[in-house]
Design a protein around this ligand. Structure first.
Ligand SMILES: *[C@@H]1O[C@H](CO)[C@@H](O)[C@H](O)[C@H]1NC(C)=O
Ligand SMILES: *[C@@H]1O[C@H](CO)[C@@H](O)[C@H](O)[C@H]1NC(C)=O
Length: 479
C-alpha cells in the first residue's frame, strides 16, 4: 500500500483512512474469498458509511466527517487533484489556457502506482501545475475609514468577513449599533474578537433606527478624521472587498484633495429608476476628506430631508454641494437574483466589492477567499481553461458549458433572474456584453475551503444531484 500523501490531507485523516482501508480490505477480501472464488466478479455493492450512501464508482473511502461537513447524503463520485502553483512575475492574463485535461479517468486508475503520488482510486496521480502572479505587497490602508450601521450580533458575525479585507491593513472601522442590551458585555466580546483578527474597530451605540443610524455615520467619520485620513467609506455589513491592495490602488487613481463621491450603481435599471442615480450602499460609498468636511457643515439640514440611507447621502450631496457621483464600475451592489454565477465566471477584471452574497444569491465570500490567504489576493477568480473544455474559476466554480465559447468571447452569461420588471437590456449598462444563460452548463460550486498550517489550501467543489453528489477536491501547494 502506498500512502505518500505529501501532507495533502491532514495526517489524522490519512491514518483514519488507512485504518478504515485495512478493515474494509480484510472484510471484503474475506467475504470475497468465501463467496466468489473467481476474482472476475468483484463488482462492489452500494456501500453505506454511517448514514451516507456511497456509489461503487467511488474507489476510495472519503472521510466521513468531511462528507457530513459538506452535507453529502449520497456520494456519486469523488475526485481529488493536486495543484502545484508556479509563481510567475511576468504579467499573466486573467484567463489562461492549459494544455492538459482537468479530469483524466486514465490517470485515476488505482493500478498505476509507479508514479508514487497520491494513489487511492479517487486521486488523479499527476499534479497540475498552474501559473499564478506573485502575492501583492501588504498594503497600508490607514488613510481609509469605514463606517457601518448594524447590530451587535450582526457585527460579531461580520467580523470574519471583515478580517479578510480589513485585518492587519490599518484601516479603521466605525460601527454604529443599536443599544447593547447586555450592558456592554457583548460589545466587549466583539472588541476582543476584532482585536484578535487585526481589525481596528470602534463601536458607538445609538437609539436611532437603522436608516437614520446609516446617515449618522457621516458625522462619525467626519469628526474622527485623523491626519492621514483621505477617504471615508460607508458600507453595509454584507459588503465584501475582495482585495485591499486592489482597493487602495483603485482609490489612488482619484484626486482625494477634491470633493469626491464615488460608488457603484445598481446592475438593474429598474432599481436605479426607484432609488435614483446614487452610490448604492451595498457597493460601498466613498467620500473624500474634502467632501466629508463639506457634509459636516450641512448635516442638520440633510437630517431633515425626506429619504433615508444611501438616498439621503446622495440627496444631501446633490442639494448642498456641486459634487456629483463618480461611478467606479468595479464597485458592485450586485442586485442579481438567485444565480450570480455568470458574474463571477465572466473572467473579467475582478470586482473591488460585492454585496447580497448571502441574501439575493449565495456565494460564501470568506470561503471563496481562503485561496487568497495562501497565495495572495490576485489568485481569486482567476481562470484556467483545460484541454477538456472545463473551466476553473478559482474559489468559485468548475464548469463546462454545453457549447464551448469562442476564443476571445467577452460576454457575461445572464444566469440571474430578472428583478423588478427588468429585461435583458436592463443589465447592459453595468454588465454588458451579455449572452443568454446556458441551461445545460455542468457546474461544480465551491462549498468549502480550508487553509492548513503548512500553507496548503484544500477546496471542495460540488455538483449536487438527487442521484448523488459529485465532489472535486483541489489541493493547492507551492512548488
Ligand atoms: C447522520 O449521522 C450523523 C452522525 O453519525 C448525524 O450527525 C447526522 O445528523 C445524520 N444525518 C442524517 C440525515 O440522519
Ligand atoms: C460572537 O461570536 C463568537 C463566535 O465567533 C461567539 O462565541 C460569541 O458568543 C459571539 N458574541 C456575541 C456578543 O454575539
Amino acid at each position: 500500500m502506498l500512502f505518500n500523501r505529501d501532507g495533502a490531507i491532514p495526517a489524522s485523516w490519512a491514518w483514519k483512512k488507512m485504518l478504515r482501508f485495512v478493515v474494509v480490505f480484510i472484510a471484503v477480501a474475506g467475504f470475497a474469498a468465501l463467496l466468489w472464488p473467481s476474482p472476475k466478479h468483484h463488482t462492489a455493492p452500494m456501500r453505506a458509511t454511517s448514514n451516507i450512501t456511497i456509489s461503487p464508482q467511488v474507489q476510495c473511502d472519503p472521510d466521513v466527517d468531511m462528507l457530513h461537513r459538506l452535507n453529502i447524503k449520497k456520494l456519486a463520485d469523488y475526485t481529488r487533484r493536486e495543484i502545484v502553483v508556479d509563481v510567475n512575475p511576468e504579467p499573466l492574463p486573467l484567463k489562461q489556457k492549459v494544455e492538459e485535461p482537468l479530469w483524466d479517468a486514465k490517470l485515476k486508475a488505482p493500478g498505476n502506482s509507479e508514479q508514487g503520488a497520491l494513489q487511492d482510486g479517487c486521486s488523479v496521480s499527476k499534479p497540475l501545475t498552474l501559473q499564478i502572479p506573485p502575492r501583492p505587497k501588504s498594503t497600508d490602508a490607514s488613510h481609509i475609514d469605514f463606517g457601518v450601521a448594524t447590530t451587535v450580533s450582526r457585527l460579531n458575525e461580520s467580523l470574519d468577513q471583515f478580517a479578510h479585507w480589513a485585518g492587519y491593513s490599518r484601516a479603521r472601522i466605525f460601527a454604529l449599533i443599536e443599544p447593547d442590551e447586555t450592558k456592554g458585555k457583548s460589545i466587549q466580546q466583539v472588541k476582543v474578537k476584532a482585536e484578535n483578527l487585526g481589525i481596528n474597530l470602534f463601536i458607538t451605540e445609538s437609539e436611532d433606527d437603522y436608516l437614520h443610524r446609516y446617515f449618522a455615520l457621516i458625522p462619525i467619520l467626519e469628526s474622527n478624521m485623523r491626519e492621514q485620513t483621505r477617504w471615508g467609506c460607508i458600507i453595509d455589513d454584507d459588503t465584501f472587498f475582495l482585495s485591499m491592495p486592489a482597493l487602495v490602488d483603485a482609490l489612488g487613481h482619484y484626486d482625494d484633495t477634491k470633493p469626491m463621491y464615488i460608488g457603484g450603481l445598481s446592475e438593474g435599471i429598474p432599481q436605479i429608476a426607484v432609488f435614483g442615480l446614487i452610490a448604492f450602499g451595498g457597493a460601498g460609498v466613498f467620500m473624500s476628506r474634502p467632501l466629508l468636511s463639506d457634509l459636516g457643515t450641512v448635516y442638520d439640514e440633510c437630517e431633515q430631508m425626506t429619504f433615508t440611507g444611501d438616498r439621503r447621502i446622495a440627496n444631501c450631496i446633490y442639494q448642498y454641494t456641486t459634487t456629483r457621483l463618480t461611478v467606479d464600475h468595479r464597485l458592485h451592489q450586485l442586485d442579481l437574483m438567485k444565480d450570480a454565477s455568470g458574474f463571477f465566471e465572466a473572467g473579467r477584471e475582478p470586482p473591488l466589492s460585492v454585496h447580497h452574497w448571502k441574501s439575493w444569491f449565495t456565494a460564501d465570500m470568506p470561503k471563496l477567499s481562503v485561496i487568497s490567504e495562501a497565495f495572495g489576493e490576485d489568485v481569486l477568480l482567476r481562470q484556467w481553461q483545460f484541454s477538456d473544455e472545463w473551466i476553473l474559476t478559482n474559489g468559485f466554480s468548475v464548469i463546462q458549458y454545453s457549447l464551448p465559447l469562442d476564443p476571445g468571447d467577452i460576454t457575461m452569461e445572464m444566469t440571474w433572474e430578472p428583478h423588478n420588471g427588468a429585461t435583458d437590456e436592463s443589465y447592459l449598462h453595468e454588465l454588458g456584453p451579455l449572452r443568454r444563460k446556458d441551461d445545460d452548463k455542468i457546474s461544480f460550486q465551491l462549498e468549502d475551503a480550508v487553509i492548513e498550517p503548512n500553507g496548503r489550501v484544500t477546496q471542495w467543489y460540488i455538483q449536487r444531484d438527487k442521484a448523488g453528489d459529485q465532489v472535486l477536491e483541489l489541493s493547492w501547494r507551492k512548488r
